[in-house]
Design a protein. Structure first.
Length: 279
C-alpha cells in the first residue's frame, strides 16, 4: 500500500520552501500586505481576537500552512473543512456600513495571493536559491491550496507574471486605513504579557519592522511608514536566516506542531526538505 504523501509531496517546490526558517518573517510580512485591502483587514479587525491572543492568528496560519504542506490527505481535508466552516459563519462591515461575507471569493483570492507571494519573495530574498521556473512551479502548486479554501484553481495566479498582473489589477482598491494602522502597530509591538514582554525591544526592530521593510515598494508606499533601506533589510534577513539554520532541523521543524518531522517519519529520509533547490 503506497504511503500517503498528502496533496503536494516531497517532489514539490512547496515541500522544500515551506520548511525554511525565513518563512516566519515571510508570514508576518504577508499580514502587513493583507492589511492593505480595506475589506480584508476590516474582516480581521472585526472578527479576530488577535489583540487578546497576539500569537494566536500567526500560529493558526502557520499550523494550517504546515498541515496543508506536510500533512496526510485526510489531515489536509479536515483542516480545510474547518477553515471553510469558520469563514462561512463570519461577516464584516465595510467603511460604508455594508455587510460582506468573509468567504467572498475576492477576499479569499487576495489573502491567498498576499500569502504565497510573500512566502516566495521573502524566502528567496533571504537566500533560499531557486530559479524563476521553480517560482512559477511554486505558484502553480499553490493553486491546490487555494482550492481548499473555496477558490477555483483556474482563477488563481499560477506564475510570477500572473501574480504581478493580479496585484496590478487590484492595486486601485488598496489603501491605508484606520484598520491597516491597527495591524501595523500591532505587528510592530504586539501586547504580550509575562516573560514575552522582555523580548519586545528586540522583536520590534529585528522582526516586526524587518518584516514590514520586506514588502514590495508599492505596498510600503501605501502604508506610508519609513522602512529600513533595502540593502539593510536584505542583510538583516539573510543574517537572521543564517543564524536560524544553525539550529538542528528537527528542533526548527518542531514548531508549529512538528509537521515536517512527522512527514519525514512517515515518508523516510528522502522526504527531508532541502536548504536550496540549486546546487
Amino acid at each position: 500500500m503506497p504511503v500517503d504523501v498528502g496533496i503536494l509531496g516531497p517532489g514539490t517546490v512547496t515541500w522544500q520552501l515551506h520548511a525554511d526558517p525565513a518563512m516566519w518573517v515571510a508570514g508576518i510580512s504577508s499580514l502587513y500586505l493583507q492589511a492593505l485591502h480595506p475589506r480584508a483587514v476590516a474582516g480581521v479587525v472585526q472578527n479576530s481576537n488577535f489583540r487578546e491572543d497576539p500569537l494566536g492568528r500567526l500560529m493558526r496560519t502557520a499550523n494550517f500552512v504546515g498541515t496543508v504542506s506536510y500533512g496526510t490527505t485526510e489531515e489536509v481535508r479536515e483542516a480545510a473543512a474547518k477553515v471553510r466552516m469558520v469563514h462561512r459563519m463570519l461577516r464584516g462591515k465595510d467603511e460604508n456600513g455594508r455587510r460582506f461575507r468573509i468567504d467572498d471569493p475576492e477576499l479569499l483570492l487576495w489573502v491567498h495571493c498576499a500569502e504565497v507571494h510573500s512566502f516566495a519573495t521573502v524566502v528567496r530574498r533571504a537566500g533560499y536559491r531557486l530559479t524563476d521556473a521553480q517560482v512559477d512551479k511554486y505558484y502553480d502548486e499553490q493553486r491546490r491550496t487555494a482550492e481548499l479554501v473555496g477558490l477555483h484553481a483556474d482563477e488563481v495566479p499560477g506564475t510570477a507574471r500572473e501574480m504581478a498582473d493580479y496585484f496590478a489589477s487590484v492595486l486601485p482598491e488598496l489603501r491605508k486605513t484606520e484598520d491597516s494602522e491597527v495591524v501595523y502597530r500591532f505587528l510592530h509591538r504586539p501586547p504580550v504579557n509575562g516573560l514575552l514582554r522582555l523580548g519586545l525591544d528586540a522583536y520590534e526592530p529585528l522582526l516586526g519592522h524587518l518584516a514590514y521593510s520586506l514588502l514590495p515598494p508599492w505596498a510600503i508606499a501605501l502604508h506610508d511608514h519609513r522602512p529600513y533601506p533595502e540593502p539593510v533589510a536584505t542583510a538583516m534577513l539573510r543574517a537572521s536566516r543564517t543564524a536560524a539554520l544553525l539550529v538542528p532541523p528537527p528542533i526548527r521543524w518542531g514548531v508549529p506542531e512538528g509537521h515536517v518531522n512527522r512527514a519525514v517519519r512517515r515518508l523516510g529520509l528522502g522526504a527531508v526538505p532541502r536548504r536550496s533547490l540549486l546546487p
